[in-house]
Design a binder for this molecule. Structure first.
Ligand SMILES: *[C@@H]1O[C@H](CO)[C@@H](O)[C@H](O)[C@H]1NC(C)=O
Ligand SMILES: *[C@@H]1O[C@H](CO)[C@@H](O)[C@H](O)[C@H]1NC(C)=O
Ligand SMILES: *[C@@H]1O[C@H](CO)[C@@H](O)[C@H](O)[C@H]1NC(C)=O
Ligand SMILES: *[C@@H]1O[C@H](CO)[C@@H](O)[C@H](O)[C@H]1NC(C)=O
Ligand SMILES: *[C@@H]1O[C@H](CO)[C@@H](O)[C@H](O)[C@H]1NC(C)=O
Ligand SMILES: *[C@@H]1O[C@H](CO)[C@@H](O)[C@H](O)[C@H]1NC(C)=O
Ligand SMILES: *[C@@H]1O[C@H](CO)[C@@H](O)[C@H](O)[C@H]1NC(C)=O
Length: 471
């Protein structure tokens, strides 16, 4: 009732309390293979880096069963349909299709799994948005060096070409890598994700160097061999939390700029502008020299590589969860090599998930600096308690989405879509305790029973009405 009154009031007074979501704006949800599929050793699948990593640690929670979407995908599609999603973002498990990561062993059962999923989505008029790499590298490719092996680029080329060939006729939106900064910082720098390496001063940059070249190769393969026929789009998904400066002092504004270059420009500048940000090149080179190294810990792209990587984007995909505050910090003393010292700003962690205005600033910044053809928020959301009454999630999504619509309508930023992470509670890379889903999954039941939360009902209504209500 209150909603009706508000709606009428807004129509009459044109207050901004209620926002109309333009019809062409895409609303979706996402998942990834390792986090939902389970069936880790079924159907001809090979082991992934994450399977092995968690098994070797004897982790009490792992991805062996997850949401059991390998068997329950039809229920997932039915939920996506009932929600009315414009698109559903999911990833293809590389070792499910290529058990060893290489083309000498192709697993038809894995191919069929994704074909069935994609066709079922298309039949319901839901656009499949496919992430080619969402962290579950074939164990064999990892043993060959993973992102520290320059030949990774060739392995990824083979896998990408194969999935374009298999599914390209159905797919409009391809995403090469999900969250390179978490792959390289989390996995190869800070050791908090698989493979758990602590190479915070150099491995992280080596990983970035190889990953960006692999992204570019996969983009070029699509461009040269598939675009004419299928006319799809290819992009990289970066993760980035916007940061506001603690004050407007020159030093804090500089800290904000440096933070943004290290956290976002690291991945985006090579693709949109050519090469890494100058501040990274200069600072890492300077600090490397002072540490006694003969060359920078940040590899240099050759001119040929710069040109090859530059321009490998059709749209700008970004995952974002919070907004930080950053401020100036004195130059860290020279000691061991470290990304954190290279960055050298103070990240004040007073972020709450409720600083939604930041997302509007963020897309304005991206639009001005990189001038992408279009921006899509491929992940946003929050973990909440294991409850069906997840009002906190509804509030967060309303605020973020509202700010994006403001950016689109008022600031004329070309944002074309938004995706909630996640369609359902899933395996959050180490634990089932972080509940990000708009649909609850009962991990205690062998059935992995799905139950809609309040947020799912709310999102269903938003999609159906294209109206963002004011609480
Ligand atoms: C995991 O369990 C195996 C077999 O009991 C044991 O050999 C190994 O040391 C354990 N690994 C860790 C990291 O605890
Ligand atoms: C896959 O890799 C494993 C381990 O490296 C090896 O034993 C096996 O022979 C490989 N299989 C194929 C088909 O390459
Ligand atoms: C910095 O200046 C902007 C624009 O004048 C203002 O909106 C903002 O509140 C200021 N930020 C701080 C932290 O003072
Ligand atoms: C990268 O591409 C953009 C857009 O085409 C161009 O303006 C820029 O000069 C290129 N950068 C380099 C370093 O070649
Ligand atoms: C790097 O070192 C040079 C020479 O000492 C100095 O002029 C420059 O300001 C330094 N740049 C950065 C970003 O630290
Ligand atoms: C930073 O986060 C920790 C853990 O959530 C919290 O205990 C601490 O108070 C936070 N610090 C600031 C300055 O917000
Ligand atoms: C699982 O599903 C089956 C078939 O619908 C049903 O018979 C069974 O009771 C369910 N088990 C649990 C634990 O929910």
């Amino acid at each position: 009732m209150l909603k009706c009154v508000l709606l009428i009031a807004s129509l009459v007074t044109s207050s901004l309390a209620v926002k109309k979501i333009p019809d062409h704006f895409l609303l979706g949800t996402g998942t990834s293979a390792f986090q939902v599929e389970g069936a880790w050793n079924e159907g001809g699948k090979g082991p992934s880096l994450w399977d092995t990593y968690l098994h070797n640690q004897n982790a009490t929670e792992n991805g062996d069963v997850a949401c059991d979407s390998y068997h329950k995908w039809q229920e997932d599609v039915a939920n996506a349909k009932a929600l009315g999603l414009d698109f559903y973002r999911f990833s293809i498990s590389w070792p499910r299709i290529l058990p060893n990561g290489t083309l000498n062993n192709i697993n038809q059962e894995g191919i069929d799994y994704y074909l069935n999923l994609i066709q079922a989505l298309k039949a319901e008029n839901i656009e499949p948005m496919v992430t080619i790499y969402h962290w579950d590298m074939p164990q064999h490719i990892y043993e060959l060096g993973g992102f520290l092996n320059p030949q990774f680029v060739d392995y990824f080329e083979d896998f990408s070409r194969l999935v374009y060939k298999l599914y390209g006729s159905y797919i409009k939106y391809w995403l090469t890598f999900n969250e390179p900064s978490l792959i390289c910082q989390g996995g190869y720098g800070m050791g908090i994700m698989a493979p758990g390496l602590l190479l915070n001063g150099d491995g992280i940059y080596q990983c970035g160097y190889v990953l960006l070249k692999a992204h570019a190769r996969a983009y070029r393969v699509y461009d040269e061999e598939f675009r004419a026929q299928y006319n799809g789009q290819v992009g990289l998904v970066v993760n980035f939390q916007w940061a506001e400066p603690a004050s407007n002092s020159t030093l804090d504004l500089e800290a904000q700029e440096r933070y943004t270059e290290f956290e976002l420009g690291f991945w985006v500048n090579p693709i949109y502008l050519g090469n890494w940000p100058q501040v990274m090149i200069d600072r890492i080179s300077n600090r490397s020299k002072l540490e006694g190294l003969s060359r920078s810990r940040l590899p240099s792209f050759t001119q040929e590589e710069i040109e090859y990587i530059n321009g490998t984007h059709d749209f700008f995909a970004i995952n974002t969860y919070g907004v930080y505050q950053v401020k100036y910090a004195p130059e860290p003393a020279i000691s061991y090599p470290s990304y954190t010292f290279d960055l050298g700003v103070d990240i004040v962690n007073d972020t709450t998930y409720y600083n939604p205005k930041g997302v509007r600033d963020m897309v304005n910044y991206i639009s001005q600096k990189y001038q992408p053809n279009g921006i899509i928020i491929t992940e946003n959301g929050k973990p909440s308690e294991d409850t069906l009454e997840d009002m906190d999630r509804i509030n967060l999504i309303r605020d973020y989405l509202g700010n994006l619509i403001d950016a689109l309508v008022e600031d004329k930023v070309n944002v074309f879509g938004y995706s909630i992470w996640s369609l359902m509670d899933n395996f959050e890379w180490g634990s089932y305790k972080s509940k990000f889903g708009i649909i609850r999954v009962d991990f205690d039941s062998p059935n992995r029973t799905r139950t809609w939360k309040e947020s799912a009902k709310w999102y269903q209504n938003v999609i159906a009405t294209r109206i963002l209500d004011d609480a």
